[in-house]
Design a protein around this ligand. Sequence first.
Ligand code: GDP
Ligand code: IMO
Ligand code: MG
Length: 432
Amino acid sequence: MAPERTTQTLVVLGAQWGDEGKGKIVDLLTDRADVVVRFQGGHNAGHTLVVKGEKTVLHLLPSGILHAGVECVIGNGVVLSMADLLKEIHELEAKGVELRGRVRISSACPLILPSHIALDQARESTLRGGDKIGTTGRGIGPAYEDKVGRRAIHLGLTRDEAKFSARLEELFDYHNFLLANYYRVATVELAKARDELLKQAGELRPMIADTVEILHGHRRAGRRILFEGAQGALLDIDHGTYPFVTSSNTTSGGAATGSGFGPLYLDRVLGVAKAYATRVGEGPFPTELFDATGEHMAKAGNEFGSTTGRGRRCGWFDAAAVRLATQINSISGLCLTKLDVLDGMESLKVCVGYRDAPSNSPAVESYGRLRPLYEELPGWRESTRGVRSVEALPANARAYIAFIEETVGAPVEIISTSPDREDTIVLRPPFG
Ligand code: GDP
Ligand code: IMO
Ligand code: MG
């Protein structure tokens, strides 16, 4: 009989609308990993790590970067702003983090160009009130459009200056035509952009690699690989609250396509969810609160975007939405973060379904009109901030977690009680 296979790969992803605390959890679990991989999104992500009170916000580098010796891979599914990646690298190096030799970037990453950013911002500013997406303005949507439209320039092409320059000129022609004639805004200067891009590419060159080959080498060597999602399931281009979504597959299938790691090599999927719900940007949010309770959550949870600084909208935990996220991602376990934010609340509501819902798919137009069905649970007076064992949690907090497990249909394996790496309860180690 074959020996039991222990878990070697784990996907960590957001089970709500992003900002669930993925960065903290990936950083924490990296002490058990050899490699951490980003597989989709770009610098629209903002992942916060707090280690002994010191805060680091990452946008492109995988959240394993603070662990010496761990390899950090940016997979082919990521749309890459070379300028922003370099900024992040320089900031970390200035803090004394040793990056040399352990950052690998797929040569197949489509580049985010300055014209993508101009297009993203021009589009947002011309959309009327209710149609605005509230993007991060980082060029993510236009860059993915070019990828699917088979016009994108891959990072690897920067190694051939002549070919790169010719393709850039063609693409700029197209982008500048849209900027000038459709959006009627300023165009982006080609020569300056080309020089800057080539300079950036020169600096990144030692890190450009065939990451598919590298990852399979690690797999064959039995190393532990952690795949780090960005955004969240309800922002997925196919399964999220379309069109108020991001432009990539944030769900677990994206880990396979965005890294070249076949789905059967992915052992477990950890869905990270806040103990309540937040959303930044526009779009439907059935359990959103517009009252003092929502304001309290925003204040207690310090709910301001890690990338744009925008205030996040807050609401009750939507177990129906997280149940859906569990199915579309094949979530094998949940991590519940920010439990401490609910301290001191008299009672807590959990959305268990919707009234008269013909469909509760976030991808349908009617999603925004859903009326949640709530169950109310008693809150707790005690502080859970910094609690590190399940026994030390108030009985009502434990009952709240048990109710979420049962309603969502997935076990809670990790509980987070403060931004700090150490303030975490690991009930079941996600790696074997
Ligand atoms: P990510 O995008 O999923 O990595 O999450 P963000 O970093 O954008 O947002 C999560 C925010 O919550 C950050 O400011 C974290 O430092 C913070 N955070 C994470 N876990 C906890 C927790 O358990 N309690 C509290 N109070 N804050 C947390
Ligand atoms: P992390 O990884 C929360 C949201 C934007 C907007 C929509 C589309 O930190 O969880 P985009 O710029 O991607 O075209 O914007 O998606 N959004 C996020 N919301 N967390 C994120 O990342 C997000 N990245 C994008 O606010 O509503
Ligand atoms: Mg974030």
